[in-house]
Design a binder for this molecule. Structure first.
Ligand code: AMP
Length: 541
């Protein structure tokens, strides 16, 4: 028997519709790419998103077509997102931090028809134009006065486009499973692969992150997504904020400590989210200038593991609660949050910190477990570690155009490629990427844990661990380090430092020093390049 409830499709434009009706007066503040602070309301954002949608229709863009954005977090980028999704087209976020060849590959693979871009990225557009014949035009998100000299064949001024359009437009009604967003994973191996979000998955994901133990945004708050809309959807804040009528503060292109602090302070931001590097810059700026954070209550940190020093400085010195989160493009992107449980309230501060540093527990709509190489589930004992697999309504079931083939197991679980353990409280902790874990004598050694311990040495700036083939043990760890300038630490000094801090059999077989460790465009250590660099390396016997 079917239930007798309404079929109300979960469509992204309904979020903005809700914001207009219930929070039309709420502010959206942007540090513009041109410089000045811009402020208007959700009602105005709504009107301009409709103008954008109508303009796109006039350009001939329709349901299922792909339109890219290559842009910072701004009010105009928000308008473009809702405008594109509002006509049933697919909004493809291009990541400007990728190399030009990757952007070309991705734009062609996605079949982008138009690119909405900021002044900053016009040179990237010029570099890719001749190699992307499918792109019909570049919409530069600025006004006539700021339009740059450009050799782009079809450069369209965004403000002109909107001025020639109007708000008299009905959102295109598509079915809730229709595609509306596309984001390519940076992938350290092979070509980037596209994750194709639906209206339904985006709405459900925004509800997931709005649970109280996750972001729990409120109409009485102000949120600033520092995490970019071009990488992992600004962690759903572009949907979650209008859904709750939360004041939205957009940082534009300036991500240094001073600029971020100015906005946090002046706009009375209560909640913000970004990767650890951003927070290191902010904390340093606060400390050097003796500044405070009187309004900020909570900060969400993820994308890579959060170091203890960041949590301690935020919580002890500024009274800001840190939540650690983990996720990936394929998960829309958030998968876990490290919000405390009652069992932790009686713990000592040090013990609570251990849980804060874990990647956290799954909210409703994310199922996760760890399995061994044969797919058998491993216990949640905080020690056994295995492949982390996940399923849920906002998790990919395949990549765009079938790249990568079948990606779910027989039970519908997606292998994240991360290796983790889960403890009895449900807190997951990443111990490695599956391809980076070192398999020694049938047991696994976590390269990340070794790296974390090694960088605790005051003379080391960075450390990376890779597995080197070994005749007896299969693989053994090689520790590759970058020294801090002016220090004279050597191999034995490093090994001595590790003694007692790690299991004996985890001890690296050798330590080498390099000037630089290679990183991917999104800041992750490029282990594949290191493995190539150290191919054939002879460990001391
Ligand atoms: P991306 O799809 O580019 O966002 O990358 C996702 C990957 O980043 C995950 O599979 C993890 O390996 C890594 N990652 C994300 N958040 C964290 C975190 N909090 N701690 C450690 N690794 C993380």
């Amino acid at each position: 028997m079917s239930g007798l409830m309404q079929d109300w499709p979960l469509l992204v434009p309904s979020i903005l519709e809700h914001a207009r009706i219930n929070h039309g007066e709420q502010e959206v503040v942007t540090r513009t790419v041109e410089g000045p602070i811009h402020r208007y309301t959700y009602a105005e954002l709504y009107g301009r998103a409709k103008r954008c949608a109508k303009a796109l229709s006039k350009l001939g863009v329709g349901e299922g077509d792909v339109v890219a954005t290559l842009a910072w977090n701004t009010h105009r980028h928000m308008e473009a997102w809702y405008g594109i999704m509002g006509i049933g087209a697919v909004c493809h976020t291009l990541n400007p931090r990728l190399f030009t060849e990757q952007i070309v590959y991705i734009a062609n693979h996605a079949e982008d028809q138009y690119v909405f871009t900021d002044l900053t990225f016009v040179p990237i557009c010029e570099a890719i134009e001749s190699q992307c014949p499918g792109i019909k035009g570049f919409v530069i998100m600025t006004d006539r006065e700021h339009m740059p000299e450009t050799r782009l064949d079809n450069a369209i001024c965004y403000e002109d486009l909107l001025a020639d359009s109007d708000e008299d437009f009905e959102w295109t009604q598509v079915e809730e499973n229709a595609a509306c967003g596309l984001c390519y994973t940076s992938g350290t191996t092979g070509n980037p692969k596209g994750v194709l979000y639906s209206h339904r998955s985006n709405v459900l994901h925004a509800l997931t992150v709005n649970q109280a133990d996750a972001f729990g945004l409120k109409a009485s708050e102000a949120v600033m997504p520092v995490v970019p809309m071009f990488h992992a959807n600004a962690w759903a804040i572009a949907f979650a904020a209008p859904m709750t009528g939360t004041k939205l503060v957009m940082p534009g292109s300036e991500m240094d400590g001073k600029s971020i602090h100015e906005l946090l302070d002046r706009e009375q931001v209560t909640f913000t989210a970004a990767v650890p590097t951003v927070w290191l810059m902010l904390l340093q700026h606060l400390e050097e200038n003796d500044l405070s954070l009187p309004h900020l209550e909570r900060v969400m940190i993820g994308g890579s593991a959060v170091p203890e020093t960041i949590v301690a400085r935020f919580e002890d010195n500024y009274g800001v609660t840190v939540t650690h989160g983990w996720g990936m493009t394929e998960m829309s992107p958030l998968g876990t949050f490290s919000a405390m449980k009652p069992a932790m309230s009686d713990m000592s501060k040090d013990d609570r910190m251990k849980f804060k540093l874990k990647q956290g527990r799954a909210p409703y709509m994310v199922e996760m477990k760890i399995v061994d190489d044969d797919g058998k589930e491993l216990p949640r004992d905080g020690e056994s570690f295995g492949h982390l697999v996940v399923r849920g309504p906002a998790i990919a079931k395949g990549y765009y155009k079938g790249e990568g083939g079948e990606i779910l197991d027989g039970d519908g679980f997606f292998d994240t490629g991360d290796v983790a353990h889960i403890d009895e409280h449900g807190f997951m902790q990443i111990t490695d990427r599956a391809k980076d874990v070192i398999k020694s004598g049938g047991e696994w050694i976590s390269s990340i844990e070794l790296e974390n311990v090694a960088v605790g040495h005051p003379d080391l700036a960075e450390a990376a661990v890779i597995g080197i083939p070994h005749p007896k043990w299969d693989e053994r760890p090689l520790l590759i380090c970058v020294k801090n300038e002016g220090t004279s630490i050597d191999r034995d000094g490093v090994l001595e430092f590790l003694q007692g801090k790690i299991a004996k059999w985890w001890m690296p077989d050798d330590v080498v020093f390099v000037d630089e460790i290679p990183h991917t465009a999104t800041g992750k250590i490029q282990k594949r390049t290191l493995r190539e660099q150290f191919d054939g390396y002879k460990l001391p016997s």
